[in-house]
Design a protein around this ligand. Structure first.
Ligand SMILES: [Zn+2]
Length: 306
């Protein structure tokens, strides 16, 4: 921690979009300090850019779509979660289509890709958002709130309305280690009962047993990576959506029955309070003795997952 990070070298992958089903090439490139996470549509004239920021949240149905000036980038949340988990502040994401590839439905392939590229520290201090007062949003019986705390913690509860998955709940402190081990491998999921509805709306066209946990009446059709993989994936989505703030959070998020709509509503609420100066920004000063090489092993970690 302490200084901003990007990747050490360019790296790419190829896959299909979960919702569009379209094949897409994606290249991740290092970028300078304070430039944030920026998507660039390589398939469009003048290769327009869409920044990952609250102002560019365009659609949050079944995935988080960013948009600016009529240019869209769909399903950004799993890649953003990987960037949040590894603490990468600045990156250019070039894609050859409208949607980030789904890979295996989790954030693990993105984590592998980023680690393969190598992580480079900038000489510029990282900034955090430290929440100094509770913020809460309710929509019927669903809710999300953030409470002040020194670490980034998540407590997520979800009822899946399925006999095999009644209610799942998880609490964890988000660190690089807990993210990589406990959250990143969890895959997106879908219920067979919803497939016709989704396809009818042009969604999940790229979905398959290769990139999603598919749940039938009797239970999942593929093997689970965790007994509670579904709630872990909710945490993954939340971490990705919250990273639209562009900085790591210090606070405890309590989510109950939430999804992209509430996640991004909290993002906008935090952003609004940042502008009102009611949520303070915490700047962690970088050490004086620069530069020093990045250690090969993971950086010091916070407490492990609960
Ligand atoms: Zn997801």
């Amino acid at each position: 921690m302490g200084r901003q990070k990007t990747i050490a070298s360019a790296i790419g992958c190829f896959g299909v979009g979960l919702h569009t089903g379209r094949e897409v090439a994606m290249t991740l490139l290092p970028s300078p300090p304070n430039s944030g996470i920026v998507f660039r549509r390589m398939d469009l004239p003048d290769t327009p850019v869409v920044e990952a920021c609250p102002e560019n949240i365009l659609d949050v149905h079944y995935a988080t779509t960013l948009g600016k000036g009529g240019v869209e980038v769909k399903t950004v949340e799993h890649l953003l979660a990987a960037l949040a988990g590894l603490g990468i502040d600045n990156l250019i994401v070039e894609i050859s289509g409208p949607e980030v590839p789904v890979m295996d439905g989790s954030a693990a392939p993105f984590v592998d890709l980023l680690l393969q590229a190598g992580i480079r520290r900038h000489y510029v201090p990282k900034t955090y958002i430290r929440v100094t007062r509770p913020l809460a949003i309710e929509m019927g019986d669903r809710s999300i709130q953030i409470l002040p705390s020194k670490r980034f913690r998540i407590h997520y509860t979800m009822c899946f309305n399925h006999p095999c998955f009644p209610e799942q709940s998880i609490q964890l402190q988000v660190s690089r280690r807990s993210f990589i081990r406990e959250i990143a491998p969890s895959r997106t999921y879908g219920f067979l009962r919803d497939v016709e509805y989704l396809w009818g709306r042009g969604l999940a066209l790229g979905g398959s047993l290769e990139n999603a946990v598919v749940i039938g009446e009797e239970g999942p059709l593929n093997d689970l990576r965790f007994e509670d993989e579904l709630i872990r994936h909710k945490v993954l989505d939340l971490i990705g959506d919250l990273y639209l703030l562009g900085r790591s959070l210090q606070g405890t998020v309590v989510a109950n029955g939430a999804g992209h709509l509430l996640h991004t509503a909290l993002v906008k609420e935090i952003q609004r309070h940042l502008h009102l100066d009611q949520v303070s920004r915490c700047v962690v000063t970088a050490p004086e003795s620069l530069p020093f090489p990045l250690p090969a092993s993971p950086e010091p970690l916070g407490s492990p997952a609960l």
